[in-house]
Ligand binder design. Structure first.
Ligand SMILES: Cc1ncc(COP(=O)(O)O)c(C=O)c1O
Length: 438
């Protein structure tokens, strides 16, 4: 699994295949496929989606990929991707109610990636009489207290066969809650005076993580099954910011150093936790932007990824890979405010994160359209500027890409799945199934 020099090679800038030249062919095909639909609507181009899936598997080099459901938010695609290849294994859910909902529909091996304070959902988890393999994320003793208090009143339930599995409560009590510890994957150079990474888990040093593992082991209502450390500063931060080559070089140097430090520390964390919990089921790390680096670490048993399937615009800015744009949305042109501008209906689908221009959707067809600097993408109307606007008539459609992945699905009830020149199927998003988890 380990490839010598993988880290150094992975950080070397590489020429990108480039979407630009193929853009009009791709989108002319999407126009033909969806000619019978009235925008606004969203599509997933299955040819691009499958190519992206293959590329994720290639980059994982044999390590299983746990699907980050927040970046997909469509059950049909989640299920089909998991069924498509053994290399996709398990789901990294984003809320406990979501994980319970997916488990009710047959999904198994669900790890909830973000801590929960939902007492009712925890009680429902404790009362389940199947073993859907749901684990909840923890990084703080206060969370353990909250979980224990929430499940203390859960109804009695016999454990099948009368023999409790390892770590479970005796027959008649609720099953032990499976928990996963998240360790901080950030980098703290200069003796900790500088902090690079996201503000999530407070557990940075191996001893801190091992102490929480011991605390979990001392509580019969809990069972430690997993360890996760997500290096957002590498996986979620493009190392080739458009028009800023110097910044790109700095980012690559910082990411390289951070990856080196993390590989060392993650191995120590895993060793320390395995002393307390030798039957740890998984060690999860990484995301779309870091797969090849994370998968090369011997201490990691699986990687997480999701965004790389839809290929949103924030993932255009990486040197290591180039997902194909698979998820797009179409808006109708409804007005012509003047020369060089049309107005499309809707479109204000901003991505979460720091409020900068990179979070705006990007018009991609026809080529040569841009958002208006003052109005951006609007709640009900989006002006689109550029010479290409003059060739557009009322009733024509324009195509845009979202900056992030799954958030697009919060705007549409359905995804039209395109294969070749036709829509082969229409599947509901989470929203289309009446679900709004976050
Ligand atoms: C815990 C965790 N793991 C993995 C990922 C990677 O997801 P994606 O591949 O969609 O970028 C994320 C994204 O934010 C995350 O929060």
């Amino acid at each position: 699994m380990r490839r010598a020099g993988a880290s150094a090679r992975a950080f070397a800038p590489r020429r990108r295949a480039g979407y630009g030249r193929r853009v009009s062919d791709h989108l002319a095909r999407l126009n033909r496929a969806t000619a019978g639909l009235d925008p606004p609507f969203a599509v997933v181009d299955l040819d691009a989606y499958r190519a992206n899936a293959r590329d994720l598997l290639r980059r994982a080099g044999g390590r299983p990929i746990r699907l980050a459901s927040k970046s997909i938010r469509c059950r049909a695609l989640l299920e089909r991707t998991l069924a498509s290849d053994d290399g996709f294994r398990g789901t990294l859910a984003f809320t406990l109610p979501e994980a319970l909902w997916l488990a009710d529909r047959g999904l198994r091996d669900l790890c909830v990636a973000y801590p929960t304070a939902d007492r009712a959902a925890l009680r429902a988890l404790a009362e389940r009489d199947d073993d859907a393999g749901i684990a909840v994320m923890v990084d703080d003793v206060a969370q353990l207290d909250l979980i224990e208090a929430a499940v203390a009143g859960a109804g009695a339930r016999a454990v099948a066969g009368g023999t409790a599995p390892a770590g479970a409560k005796p027959a008649g009590g609720p099953r032990a809650i499976r928990v996963c510890i998240e360790a901080d994957a950030g980098w703290r150079p200069l003796g900790g005076r500088v902090r690079i990474g996201v503000k999530r888990s407070p557990l940075h040093a191996p001893a801190q993580v091992a102490a929480l593992a011991r605390e979990i082991a001392s509580r019969p209502a809990l069972r430690l099954v997993g360890l996760m450390a997500y290096e957002a500063q590498i996986a979620g931060l493009g190392d080739r910011p458009p028009g800023r080559p110097l910044m790109g070089a700095v980012l690559r140097a910082v990411q390289r150093a951070s990856a080196r430090e993390l590989a060392r520390r993650r191995a120590e964390i895993v060793a320390a936790v395995r002393e307390v919990a030798p039957d740890l089921e998984y060690v999860n790390g990484g995301g779309t932007g870091s797969i090849e680096l994370t998968a090369a670490e011997p201490a990691v048993t699986e990687v997480a990824a999701g965004s790389g399937l839809y290929g949103p615009t924030l993932f255009d800015a990486y040197t290591r890979f180039s997902p194909r744009p698979a998820a797009l949305f179409a808006l109708p042109v409804v007005r012509r405010p003047g020369r060089g501008v049309v107005a499309a209906l809707g479109g204000g689908y901003l991505a979460s994160g720091p409020a900068d221009r990179a979070r705006l959707p990007r018009p991609v067809l026809p080529a040569g359209l841009r958002l208006d600097a003052r109005e951006g993408a609007g709640e009900v109307q989006t002006p689109l500027l550029g010479a290409a606007a003059d060739a557009l008539a009322i009733g024509d459609r324009v195509w845009l890409r979202h900056a992030k992945a799954g958030e697009l699905c919060e705007r549409f009830d359905a995804l039209h799945l395109v294969e070749g020149d036709e829509v082969v199927e229409t599947v509901p998003t989470y929203r289309g199934e009446g679900c709004c988890f976050l």
